[in-house]
Design a protein around this ligand. Structure first.
Ligand SMILES: [Zn+2]
Ligand SMILES: [Zn+2]
Length: 166
């Protein structure tokens, strides 16, 4: 997969994993994200990926050089160029034959690290209190604060009510 601006598909996959519901089928999420090659996710890999999701979540809360270096250090990364599935040459961060959880860990760690180096302020979490949703801010001005218009509307309506004299 390619690294487009702002961490590209790898950072977006990290976002989708963190935003996944606790009972969401991770194999299906990876397939829907066009993650390739994808082998079956067994119970051990599923448990490991869910543990990893908590680590990714912590990075969105507090993105820093130390946090991301710690994340990268936990992967079994060996970068090389691949052309699998007819795709254009692109970097891989783990062997194709490695278990899916290991590959997803290396991929998402590098995605977030790339995004951090490009523009750390684009690693975002919704500013509405109580909303845990994370996102990559790909807006032109880089000032996105909410996960959705639904959340921004709720906050603005609440602020408007507060300003109104009672
Ligand atoms: Zn690939
Ligand atoms: Zn939100």
């Amino acid at each position: 997969m390619h690294f487009n601006p702002y961490g590209g598909a790898a950072a977006e996959l990290a976002v989708r994993l963190v935003n996944a519901a606790p009972d969401q089928d991770l194999g299906r999420l990876l397939a829907e994200s066009d993650y390739k090659p994808l082998s079956r996710i067994d119970a051990r890999q599923d448990a490991e990926l869910r543990r990893w999701i908590r680590e990714l979540d912590a990075v969105f809360s507090n993105p820093s050089v130390d946090m991301l270096n710690a994340l990268l250090a936990k992967t079994t990364s060996r970068p090389y160029i691949s052309t699998h599935d007819g795709r254009a040459p692109h970097l891989h961060y783990s062997e194709l034959t490695a278990p899916a959880d290991e590959r997803v860990k290396a991929y998402t760690a590098f995605g977030l690290a790339t995004l951090f180096c490009e523009d750390s302020t684009r690693i975002g979490r919704c500013a509405r209190e109580g909303c845990p949703t994370v996102f990559v801010d790909t807006s032109r001005n880089g000032k996105r604060r909410f996960c959705s218009t639904k959340c921004s509307t709720r906050v603005h309506v609440a602020q408007h009510r507060q300003r109104r004299p009672s």
